[in-house]
Design a protein around this ligand. Sequence first.
Ligand code: NAD
Ligand code: DAU
Length: 355
Amino acid sequence: MKIMVTGGAGFIGSAVIRHIINDTSCHVLNIDKLTYAGNLNSVSSVSGSSQYSFKQIDICDSAALKSVFSTFQPDIVMHLAAESHVDRSIDGPDAFMETNIMGVYKLLEVTRGYWNQLPKDKKSNFRFHHISTDEVYGDLEGENDLFTETTPYAPSSPYSASKASSDHLVRAWHRTFGLPIVLTNCSNNYGPFQFPEKLIPHMILNALAGKPLPLYGKGNQIRDWLHVEDHARALLLVATSAPIGKTYNIGGHNEMQNVEVVHAICDLLEEIHPEKPEGINNYQNLITYVTDRPGHDRRYAIDASKIERELGWRPAETFQTGLRKTVQWYLDNKSWWQPVLDGNYHLNRIGKSGG
Ligand code: NAD
Ligand code: DAU
């Protein structure tokens, strides 16, 4: 089977690719623009495999997309490429509208053209899997409410509004043109190879450097954390076995306030890495409360019972086991994150991108 993964140099896309190459015999074509968030070092453990290939492509470039569809001939497209960081969408929404809306439109049109001309058996087995977020639902009012697959859309940020738009496009291409799609909406991911602008790696690396740990507002917002490798398993399961047209919510049953997450990181660092920068007695003393994110969603929590019931998926990691592994991974993998912090990881792309 041939799987085209968009955004495979990003955090979740690279976990999907490592899972496919390590655990299946499928062939993968990674297509990625290599924005600031794309890093081919995240797939270096599998990129030597004969199952793997890479093309540096912007999903807004229809001609380039047509060319790779025609040469690779995918059975499945797993679409993860996106601008993904809420704070950046507030500072500058343009790239979000381009990639997350226009890029999805371009990709859908090229996929439709390719799918339409496939022979009958290949056509009926083809899937376009759109990977989306729980942020399309906005935030939850009641303490015990959960997002289900039928929760109405109410996005709050430019990022989540652009992802909601893309979900609508994907469903419209299914209903109007018959494109065989599946869709997933997932909660906050964490784990290895996450770009250090996101809460968990940002806090780990700032703590190690003795820098402030900035919590937005009161730090009492709630997120539902899922280990990225559990997400990658769920995604491949949906892409290869979900019925056409279905949507699944994916979550880890790990609701935590941001301040609790940061305390847990500090406690783990005290235990595993007690050697602190000079002048720092306690990692928790680095916590600082800063101006809140505009439009900040208060609480996300996922009802993942549909994917558990229908496809038999369950997360393997608890937050305690997954966070410990993640903190240890950042301690052990300075060679991955230091070039990212220095901005030098761009150099690592040269000669590896394959054009
Ligand atoms: P990421 O920012 O780490 O990676 C995104 C990747 O997409 C990068 O490699 C980047 O180079 C690539 N990309 C960006 N614009 C592109 C374009 N125009 N053409 C081709 N490639 C482009 O993101 P992530 O955290 O891995 O998220 C992947 C997907 O999962 C996104 O669609 C995101 O909305 C969704 N999602 C993320 C989370 C999370 O917690 N991180 C949770 C739920 C859903
Ligand atoms: O819910 C899924 C979404 O999770 C994905 O769709 C997004 O792509 C992904 O970025 C993530 O969005 P969040 O905004 O929830 O993630 P982030 O790591 O930016 O922030 C998590 C929480 O921590 C949020 O409430 C904001 C807060 N925060 C974040 C940072 C970076 C802080 O308090 N301080 C910080 O420095």
